[in-house]
Design a protein around this ligand. Structure first.
Ligand code: PEP
Ligand code: MG
Length: 289
């Protein structure tokens, strides 16, 4: 099986019936790309940036260098960088707050909007890095469209700041994670976003009311539950109708047991952990859609 997967790694992903599927990789630390041959994937579908937010908040230059490294590695292929998704299962000392219900609290875009002085540093680093490749930026934990509008307005303001200072920059397409049920149920409220990326880890935990980090309820936490799959299919169909690209970057995208269901739900764009890349391509080749 492993040898077989190796032969799939070198080729573009395709189902048994000849449907092309885009397979990108999920990364965190920029050094993650060192072991990946860019020819084996379609770019970066999710770069998590929480790793940068360790004991001290990262300055603009540190972030700019990290994003630039990944963009230059990817060349012409797209790199989707997610603004910091701190809170929930990813606490950051000195940035996140102590809460009784962290998964339902001040996390993701909510926290970034509540800490604009920190968020604006990341925004400027992303705008500057954008000139080095094909950057897309997405916001985590969007629940209402006003959050997208506020974040997009901050991108426009920081773009003006950089322009006034004569600093090279570019405005990337801005998209959203679909991981809060309010978005998956009413996607038509979010057509301002340039693209959707389904975060099946969080979408599943919120639909099933089963914490992603609690082994006692792991049996409930499946993307293959019909309630979750129906939402995934609805979002995929909505994107198709509206011409909004829809991908999926949760762990289910790299799970051979879930891949058939995700393709049947209409998805043609998955982003997986680098270690899952070969297996995911092999699993895709087994599916008839
Ligand atoms: C998700 O929720 O599916 C996702 C990709 O983001 P994270 O696992 O970082 O919350
Ligand atoms: Mg998430």
């Amino acid at each position: 099986r492993r040898d077989l997967a190796g032969t799939f790694l070198a080729r573009p992903a395709m189902t048994r019936t000849g449907t092309a599927v885009r397979v990108q990789v999920n990364i965190a630390d920029p050094s993650d790309v060192d072991g990946i041959d860019i020819a084996t994937c379609d770019g970066v579908g999710l770069m998590r940036t929480e790793f940068l937010f360790g004991r001290t908040l990262p300055d603009e230059e540190t972030q700019y260098r990290a994003y630039r490294k990944v963009l230059e590695w990817a060349g012409e292929k797209p790199v989707t960088i997610r603004t910091v998704d701190a809170g929930g299962d990813k606490p950051v000392p000195g940035f996140t707050v102590e809460e009784g219900n962290p998964f339902l609290g001040l996390r993701g875009i909510r926290l970034s909007l509540a800490r604009p002085q920190v968020f604006r540093v990341q925004i400027r680093a992303l705008l500057r890095a954008a000139v080095h490749g094909s950057l897309k930026v997405m916001f985590p934990m969007i629940a209402i469209v006003e959050e997208y509008r506020q974040a997009a307005a901050m991108f426009a303001e920081e773009q003006a700041t950089l322009a006034a200072r004569g600093i090279a920059h570019e405005m990337p397409p801005l998209g959203i994670m679909v991981e809060v049920p309010s978005v998956a149920i009413v996607p038509e409220a979010f057509t301002e976003a340039a693209f959707f990326s389904i975060g099946s880890n969080d979408l599943t935990q919120y639909v099933m009311a089963a914490a992603r980090d609690n082994a006692a309820v792991a049996h409930l936490n499946s993307v293959r539950h019909p309630a979750v799959l129906r939402l995934v299919a609805a979002v995929a169909a909505f994107g198709q109708r509206q011409g909004i690209p829809v991908s999926l970057c949760g762990d289910a995208g790299g799970d051979p047991a879930s891949i058939p269901s995700l393709l049947e739900a209409g998805l043609r764009d998955l982003s997986v952990a680098p270690a899952q890349l070969a297996m995911a391509k092999a699993a895709i080749a087994d599916v008839s859609v």
